[in-house]
Design a protein around this ligand. Structure first.
Ligand code: ADP
Ligand code: MG
Length: 225
């Protein structure tokens, strides 16, 4: 048991060191980005304008990876409290709507009465936002996004549906692998974070996908005391 505990401590230490390093790397990156922006505006670099843009985009991509990685490592300290999943969704909905509207996506809620669940509010917000963002990104020409909650066999379920092109089976197999992305500016960390959060809530994620759209289901297997 002692051996196991120390292995666990070491893992935690590596995790928090990595988080510290990731955090520290962002400061010099911000400086570099600022100077690139300044240089890129100079007359003598105008022929290289595209390359400056590319360098800044790549820095932004690195920064996104760090930001999402940090949220991945931070969330080890979950605090589960008895609360209403529907209330968390309703409080977040204005933000989701603004996000959706900016992409010509119409977001709607369809919530059913649920028992309270043991949840970490911040984590559930992030789980939902990650699924919503993927749904919006799957519909670049716009469409409908529906967020539902319902009871299935007395288990609470949260689902997010889009009308995107669906997920091909060769990609389905790779979902949840950190850094796997099919997007130019994707990080491939959204779903891995979702799977981690679900795991910590004793929930499982199921996917229903066809060329008419995709639904992500989060099944909470918590039972009432
Ligand atoms: P990212 O969004 O940064 O690419 P994610 O982990 O969130 O990373 O998603 C990984 C990949 O899964 C995406 O690049 C995309 O190919 C696929 N994917 C996820 N959600 C959907 C969806 N709703 N519709 C179609 N493809 C999806
Ligand atoms: Mg994503």
């Amino acid at each position: 048991l002692e051996q196991m505990a120390s292995a666990f401590d070491r893992m935690n230490m590596v995790g928090s060191m990595a988080a510290t390093v990731a955090h520290e790397i962002r400061n010099p990156m911000t400086t570099v980005r600022g100077y690139l922006q300044l240089l890129g505006r100079k007359e003598k670099y105008q022929t290289d304008k595209e390359n400056f843009k590319l360098m800044i985009e790549e820095l932004d991509r690195a920064n996104n990876i760090i930001r999402e990685y940090l949220s991945l490592s931070h969330e080890k300290f979950v605090s589960l409290k008895s609360c209403s999943l529907n209330s968390i969704i309703e409080a977040l909905f204005p933000l989701i709507q603004a996000d959706a509207n900016a992409s010509k996506v119409c977001a709607t809620l369809n919530l059913s009465e649920l028992p309270d669940l043991q949840l970490d509010e911040n984590e559930i917000r992030q789980l939902l936002l990650n699924l919503v963002r993927n749904g919006i990104e799957a519909m670049p020409a716009g469409g409908n996004l529906v967020i539902r909650t319902f009871l299935d066999d007395s288990k609470a379920v949260l689902s997010v549906s889009d009308q995107g092109p669906g997920i091909p089976s060769h990609i389905l197999d790779r979902l949840g692998t950190p850094f796997f992305t099919t997007k130019d500016t994707g990080t491939g960390l959204g779903l891995p974070i979702c799977y981690q959060i679900a795991h910590r809530h004793k929930a499982s994620i199921k996917i229903d996908t066809s060329d008419n759209g995709t639904t992500f289901f989060v099944y909470f297997s918590q039972t009432n005391p």
